[in-house]
Design a protein. Structure first.
Length: 457
């Protein structure tokens, strides 16, 4: 066994050990979770995310409550979905789904919801936009966008704010419009807000008395932005600038403009799935998957012998790497998603079969073991590559249509199948090749030649 094969074997074993540690259920340290920078900061986890059909929950279909002939722009529906998504996230659920379907429908999926009625009320209620004065001495942490705060809304206009409370100055109905633009002097993105005539004087008085202090814009008790008042604003038109990108300025303008839903929504239908049904689905899916994989393991071992053992070890690593990605990304597991994973496992086995049959042909033509093995992998690569690329193209098409028609189950199938296909291109050729090289190097060509049944010949 040469140094290159030994190095590859050590790296593969290290990868398998790391994957096994992260996949096996255990209490992982917090510092490890903090490394998952691509996950939302408030929900970093190394747990499997289960979809609606696995852990139960609620699926809502919401439709715009407007006359049939009234046209709705795509921006309006996206803004409505954004407000709904903000309310859904406030419920603290893992991996909720909010998608626009067609021109006037929004689909909401809430896996693991304990109180469906509360969820429906939360989504349907009108959002509250407030312009609030932060507590005296508030530091940078208290002015950070995304922070959940308590305000004095509902306590009366002249009430003294309790310690830690943000004093409500104006609410969303005082706002006439908000839009993003570019500062002609600096070229930087900014947001313009305009107040209604009835509230312009009140806003002028407040800004006159609080120059140099921050004023927070709060949506559903969550800070959107806390710009500093630079001058008194007599005409009811204020500029919010500093640190914006074009995208973030547009997002803030939409949130201000559509603090309340931009279009009334009504519940068209909803479907509740009990957790017991989800548990039964999980149990049956796992049982079917384990039985299927065991049958494949046995077939490869009996038919291809030594090569089959290498393929089985590679397939075991293939399963581990898939499960690892499901935790790290994370991927929301659904029944179609599990089906996509099992289908990709079958494709991984198929790739190994192509390699081994090529390898048998080379050995029958008198090649040495080393040359025959290398030729088998090299000549099978074209077929494996083309079939996997065709599968990835199909996954992309399924993802596109699943996204266009808010079919999250189709997207789940496409995602797990695509991930499995990509991992398959690594394990079927790199990992299996390393294991085969290792086995042939340990046993030696002479011994294998004396016992050709070891290779299923």
């Amino acid at each position: 066994m040469n140094r290159k094969t030994l190095t590859s074997l050590v790296l593969i074993l290290l990868l398998a050990a790391v994957a096994l540690y992260l996949v096996v259920p255990s209490q992982h340290p917090e510092w490890l979770k903090r490394l998952l920078l691509w996950q939302p900061e408030t929900a970093r986890s190394l747990e499997f995310m289960q979809g609606l059909d696995l852990q139960g929950g609620l699926q809502l279909s919401m439709v715009a409550d407007v006359p049939a002939g009234q046209e709705l722009s795509a921006e309006t529906m996206r803004a409505a979905a954004q407000v709904v998504e903000g309310r859904v996230n406030a419920l603290g659920l893992s991996e909720p789904v909010v998608q626009v379907q067609g021109t006037r429908r929004i689909i909401v999926e809430l896996p693991g919801i304990a109180d469906p009625e509360q969820a429906i009320d939360t989504i349907r209620d009108t959002a509250l936009l407030e312009f609030a004065e932060p507590p005296a001495g508030a530091g940078e942490a208290e002015l950070t966008p995304g922070r959940v705060v308590s305000t004095t809304y509902g306590m009366g206009e002249d009430v003294t704010a309790p310690p830690g409370y943000y004093k409500t100055i104006l609410i969303g109905d005082a706002l006439d419009s908000a839009f993003n633009t570019v500062d002609e002097t600096t070229g930087q993105p900014m947001v313009i807000v305009r107040f209604k005539a009835a509230d312009t004087q009140r806003f002028y008085e407040y800004t006159s008395n609080n120059i140099g202090r921050p004023l927070c814009m709060v949506l559903d008790k969550t800070i959107l932005s806390c710009p500093t008042i630079r001058d008194a604003i007599p005409d009811g038109e204020a500029q919010i600038s500093g640190g914006f990108t074009s995208e973030s300025a547009q997002q803030l303008a939409i949130q201000l403009r559509y603090g309340a839903l931009p279009v009334p929504l009504k519940i068209e239908s909803y479907r509740a799935i009990g957790p017991s049904l989800g548990a039964i689905s999980v149990e049956k899916s796992i049982r079917a998957g384990v039985v299927g994989l065991l049958v494949v393991f046995l077939f490869m071992l009996i038919y291809y012998r030594l090569n089959g053992l290498a393929a089985d070890l590679a397939l075991a690593l293939y399963v581990l790497l898939n499960l690892l990605l499901y935790k790290l990304l994370p991927v929301t597991l659904t029944l179609p998603g599990i089906a996509g994973f099992l289908l990709s496992a079958g494709m991984a086995v198929d790739a190994n079969i192509l390699v081994f049959e090529r390898m048998k042909e080379e050995l029958r033509h008198g090649r040495s073991l080393e040359r025959g093995a290398e030729a088998g992998f090299s000549r099978a690569w074209t077929s494996v590559r083309d079939s996997n690329l065709a599968t990835l193209l199909t996954c992309a098409i399924l993802w596109f249509f699943g996204n266009a028609f808010a079919a999250s189950l189709v997207k789940g199938f496409a995602l797990t199948l695509a991930l499995g296909t990509l991992i398959n291109m690594f394990t079927a050729l790199m990992v299996t090749r390393t294991f085969v090289r290792t086995a042939l190097g340990v046993l030696g060509e002479e011994r294998v030649r004396r016992h050709p049944w070891l290779l299923g010949i």
